[in-house]
Write a protein that binds this ligand. Structure first.
Ligand code: SF4
Ligand code: SF4
Length: 91
């Protein structure tokens, strides 16, 4: 079974409350913007017009990579509240 097929088996219970917070004032001075390239779900977006970075938390795979990659400490990450988030079916 391909990775894409395994991921498609996952169940996600979306929480209206985001478990990821971005300190935008730090992002505005970030040149590398590693968050845009490390997220396996491609959930981080950069708006050139507003110079803002946003994240779509509902697709989060809870890998924690973004939090580690953001060396400036702009990402406040925690697991989703109980019952919410991703449920893996194939590890
Ligand atoms: S979240 Fe971190 S890596 Fe991404 S733009 Fe902001 S400071 Fe840079
Ligand atoms: S925890 Fe993983 S999947 Fe979720 S936003 Fe961060 S890098 Fe993307």
């Amino acid at each position: 079974m391909k990775v894409e097929e395994k991921l498609a088996k996952n169940i996600v219970k979306i929480d209206r409350e985001s478990h990821i917070e971005i300190k935008g004032e730090i992002c505005s001075n970030c040149e590398k913007k590693y968050c845009l390239i490390v997220c396996p779900g491609n959930l981080y977006k950069y708006n050139e017009e507003t110079n803002e970075v946003t994240v779509e938390h509902s697709g989060c795979l809870e890998c924690g990579t973004c939090m580690i990659a953001c060396v400036k400490g702009a990402i406040l990450w925690r697991y989703p509240r109980g019952e919410y988030g991703v449920q893996y079916r194939y590890g």
